[in-house]
Structures are given as C-alpha cells and as structure tokens.
Design a protein around this ligand. Structure first.
Ligand SMILES: CC(C)(COP(=O)(O)OP(=O)(O)OC[C@H]1O[C@@H](n2cnc3c(N)ncnc32)[C@H](O)[C@@H]1OP(=O)(O)O)[C@@H](O)C(=O)NCCC(=O)NCCS
Length: 175
C-alpha cells in the first residue's frame, strides 16, 4: 500500500504523509510512547503492554475520534517517524483544541515537526474551520517552543494542568 493512499490520508506534505492508523503502526507507536527521551516532557514513558492494547483498539477503529493523534510517515522510506494531531482539551474551563507533535528521536532536527504541524495548522483553520489552536508546552521543552514559534503561535500565559504540571500556553488564531 502506498504511503499516500487517498482513502487513508489526512494530509500530505513534500516529505511526509499524515494518515489514519493501521495494525502495522502498533509496534512503532508503542516504541515511541515508551521512549523515556521522547516522553520526557510529556508525562514520561507509558507501559508497553498498555500501549500495545490501546493502539490495537485504534487500529481496529482508526476514525473513531474526531480529534486524535495520527501516524506521521516519511515518504522516502515509509517509516513511521511521529505521532501528530489535534486533541480537545479543557484549559481553565475553556474548550480548546491542542496541536500535538511527537517525533521518534532519529527524526529530530530535520524540520519534520514544523512541516507536518504547519500543514495541520492550515488544515485546522481552512478545512476544519477552527478559529483557535493552542499548544501546551513544558517550560523546559525548548525544541517544542521553537516549533510553536515557527508555526506562528504566540506565548499567551502560564497555566496549571489538572495533574499539577505547569505549562506554557501558546496560541494561534482568536484570543
Ligand atoms: C518537539 C519536537 C517534535 C521538535 O523536533 P525538532 O526536530 O526540533 O523540530 P523540527 O522537526 O521542526 O525540526 C527543526 C530543526 O531541524 C532543523 N532542520 C534541519 N533540516 C531542516 C530542513 N530541511 N527543514 C527545516 N528544518 C531543518 C532546523 O534548523 C531546526 O533545528 P533548530 O531547532 O535547532 O534550529 C521533538 O523534539 C520531539 O518529538 N520531542 C519529544 C516530544 C515532545 O516533547 N513534543 C512536544 C510536546 S508539547
């Protein structure tokens, strides 16, 4: 199956395809979310067996959620290089849509997060007709802040999440 199968593709950029999940993604996604380096600013590594079960469920119903994270595929190799998407969040009582980007360590430093999240931002505003996007970023996660800034997002405020974590809230679109 081609990486850019139109039935499964959410969006395509020069080097990347964002598409719905399938069974072959379960192992690489589970490796991604159990990697201590990748998850350092995202709550730490998740349990591998739990991940395999959860991603197995998503593979069986890949379109169950409107807002979700989706596998990001490198076109030149067909490799899963990340998990990127939109999640609905409550932030201090306001309903928000967060853009989330998570790449395997070997794919950092190539501009992939900015390329994919930039296309997803345009898709969110132009096709999904959202009027605002946010990013919730750990104050020590400089790589993620640089991505948000390259996407044109602006630092809005500090916020405390329900688990007590302090995050920087970046936003684009409506105040
Ligand atoms: C956050 C994260 C996605 C950022 O990855 P990244 O590789 O730094 O960001 P990009 O993919 O946009 O790549 C940009 C870098 O690639 C470099 N680059 C190299 N070749 C490039 C190219 N052809 N085009 C664009 N940039 C390129 C840029 O100079 C830039 O480096 P710099 O930030 O040192 O200036 C990554 O660190 C990650 O997955 N972290 C773990 C998960 C996480 O914390 N996610 C954020 C949650 S809020």
């Amino acid at each position: 199956m081609k990486a850019s199968d139109p039935v499964r593709t959410i969006l395509e950029t020069e080097r990347l395809v964002l598409r719905y999940q399938n069974a072959a993604d379960v192992a690489p996604l589970s490796a991604l979310w159990s990697d201590p380096v990748v998850t350092k600013f995202m709550g730490g590594p998740r349990d591998k067996a739990w991940l395999v079960a959860e991603f197995g469920k998503t593979a069986r119903k890949p379109r169950a959620e409107k807002y979700d994270l989706w596998p990001l595929i490198e076109k030149s190799t067909g490799t899963l290089v990340g998990h990127i998407g939109l999640l609905d969040k409550d932030v201090e009582g306001r309903a928000e849509i967060e853009i989330v980007y998570v790449l395997i360590k070997s794919a950092w430093g190539k501009g992939y997060a900015t390329e994919a999240a930039g296309a997803l931002t345009r898709h969110a505003f132009d096709s999904l007709k959202l009027d605002r996007l946010i990013a919730l970023i750990d104050p020590d996660n400089a790589n993620s802040e640089r991505v948000a800034e390259r996407l044109g997002m602006k630092f809005e405020k500090m916020t405390i999440r329900p688990d007590g974590e302090i995050k920087k809230l970046y936003s684009a679109g409506k105040e």
